[in-house]
Design a protein around this ligand. Structure first.
Ligand SMILES: [Zn+2]
Length: 478
């Protein structure tokens, strides 16, 4: 596969991407290297040194207690012994799972890592999304609190599962609701292809799924910009990522067969995904309506003390819904029938709606309060930009064309998922949400965040929720 922008050639990559329209002017990407290689594990000592770590100083190795294998050997003991043989003194910090049996990114875990940090230490994270985010954010909070230089931080990616590894943001549970916090980049990203090949295949499939979010999220982001709610939109992310539909159709077999080439390609795409968001200073490029739906499903699981389903696959299944929602919306929406004055619900109406919506999930009202505090920002902006909504009504044929050009059909997403043998239905997630849960998430996703997506419009337009859900789920199941 020839990627237009190859993160595996760091200097050329940095030069080339800085010329893409929308690249943040004057901002230098601080990542020193991204390695996508067979046997990269054996270069770890050299890559730590490149990151500014020193074998004579402490090295904190952050991991969880999941047993991982690489080419028949246990991965974590192998890494520790390779480092010791090379003269390093790695200090392992094993993060214990919470009551759900999983390690989640929250301030309890971040605090555990932060407690172990000191100014002359370096950090190596060995894990997938949550471990990486916890280690990354602990380093970030530490340097902020102590006003010290960033600690050398190397990410050893153990699965092609999410686009966390190259991002300078950390999705973190705050009062039970997932929020994206500003964080830091790694100094070096290490993708050892044998490690990625031997990761549980459902994680690899999830990595594909997380990127398929783009099939709806670019349109959500453009829409939010066009309505005057989120001015951050540029085409940088789309240009950087390239034609994901064509790429995945071409590379599905290499991924499905776990070839090292396929693993390298997916790891690079995932790295581009993290960078697309970080350099756009927003998660919006790859996180739209489908991610908000996924966040509500996570929120429901979290409240019920259930483990979270595989993130990227949950997102992919939500993408089948949201890309169907786009199709239903553009076919059904008739600007001439819109009564503008009725599309601007008051604060008290929406606050009450949020409180009612989340009452059963959290009788204490804490979740509703957290959702309202973020939602009200969107509602205020929606009111303030009423003229932009009116412009969309007048200009609908063009808006419709743009939305159709920015989205990809659900059939294409499903075909890609099929070709990598991904689950295609929510009841195949582990643990599976009920269809009532999925429906709740689809309908209430707009209420939890300030981010405007397609999901907000039926609410503002006063569309009957039952009919909207029936149409979208019917389209998606077609
Ligand atoms: Zn995601």
């Amino acid at each position: 596969m020839n990627l237009r922008f190859d993160p595996g050639s760091i200097e050329r990559f940095k030069t080339e991407i800085s010329a893409i329209p929308g690249y943040p002017a004057g901002e230098a990407l601080p990542i020193l290297d991204m390695v996508f290689e067979s046997g990269a594990i054996f270069r770890l000592p050299a890559l730590l040194t490149l990151a500014g770590a020193d074998p004579a100083r402490p090295l904190l190795v952050v991991m969880d207690d999941t047993m991982m294998r690489r080419a028949g050997e246990e991965l974590k003991p192998l890494i520790l012994s390779l480092l010791r043989q090379a003269g390093w003194s790695p200090e392992p910090l094993v993060l214990a799972p919470d009551a759900t049996g999983q390690v989640h990114t929250d301030f309890a875990q971040i605090g555990r890592v932060k407690k172990r940090l000191q100014p002359n230490l370096a950090v190596l994270s060995v894990g997938s999304g949550a471990v990486t985010d916890i280690a990354k954010h602990a380093c970030y909070v530490f340097q902020q609190e102590h006003g010290v230089a960033p600690l050398p931080f190397v990410v050893y990616q153990t699965a092609n599962s999410v686009s966390a590894y190259t991002s300078n943001m950390a999705p973190t549970f705050v009062d039970g609701v997932k929020r994206t916090l500003a964080s830091r980049y790694p100094d070096v990203l290490v993708c050892d292809l044998e490690t990625l090949r031997d990761a549980p295949y459902e994680m690899t499939v999830a990595g594909v799924g997380d990127l398929l979010a783009a099939f709806g999220s670019y349109a959500d982001w453009w829409l939010a910009c066009h309505l005057g709610i989120d001015p951050s939109y540029t085409e940088f992310a789309q240009t950087l990522m390239g034609p994901l539909d064509e790429i995945f159709l071409e590379r599905a077999e290499a991924i499905r067969s776990r070839s090292l080439d396929g693993m390298a390609d997916l790891a690079k795409l995932i790295a581009l995904g993290g960078l697309a968001m970080s350099l756009s200073h927003a998660t919006a490029p790859l996180s739209g309506y489908e991610h908000v739906i996924s966040h509500v499903l996570d929120l429901m699981a979290e409240r019920a003390h259930r483990p979270l389903a595989q993130h990227g696959t949950q997102v992919a299944l939500a993408t089948l819904l949201t890309t169907s929602a786009y199709r239903v919306f553009v076919n059904r929406f008739e600007p001439a029938r819109v009564v503008v004055a009725q599309c601007f619900p008051t604060e008290s109406v929406m606050k009450a709606r949020i409180e009612t919506a989340f009452q059963a999930l959290d009788p204490s009202g804490q979740v509703a309060a957290e959702c309202w505090s973020d939602y009200r920002i969107k509602l205020e902006a929606w009111h303030a930009r009423r003229n932009r909504f009116e412009a969309v009504l007048n200009d609908w044929p063009q808006v419709k064309n743009t939305l159709e050009a920015l989205t990809r059909p659900p059939e294409l997403a499903r075909r890609i998922l099929e070709s990598v043998e991904s689950p295609l239905h929510f009841d195949q997630l582990i643990p599976p949400p009920t269809m009532a849960d999925v429906r709740f998430a689809f309908s209430h996703a707009p209420l939890i965040r300030r981010r405007l997506t397609l999901g907000d419009l039926p609410l503002f337009l006063g569309w009957e929720p039952e009919a909207w859900w029936t149409q979208v789920s019917g389209e998606s199941a077609r």
